[in-house]
Unconditional design. Structure first.
Length: 94
């Protein structure tokens, strides 16, 4: 982890259906990522893949290179991924 500016972050999930202008808050479950900002989330089929961002890690501001999967079809269940190989460097606002 690298240092990041101190900002208030949240780990809330929201959904919006295409064609509607109504946000909802699903009751997600599993191992949720900690509050962060500046991350990316990419949707692939029925999953959202979250990478990086900045937040607080080990009591200090940090930039992450962790990966989580949001299983949308499985009731919005989060899973922390133990990625293998050459991991990208920690990053945010990418």
């Amino acid at each position: 982890m690298s240092r990041a500016p101190n900002m208030q972050r949240r780990n809330s999930s929201f959904t919006v259906r295409s064609g509607e202008v109504a946000w909802t808050t699903p009751k997600d479950k599993g191992q949720k990522p900690g509050p962060r900002s500046g991350h990316t989330i990419t949707c692939v089929q029925e999953k959202g893949i979250l990478f990086g961002g900045c937040g607080v890690g080990e009591g200090a501001s940090a930039v992450f290179n962790d990966t989580y999967i949001l299983h949308i079809a499985d009731g919005y269940r989060w899973e922390k991924v133990d990625a293998m190989g050459d991991l990208p460097h920690p990053r945010w606002r990418h």
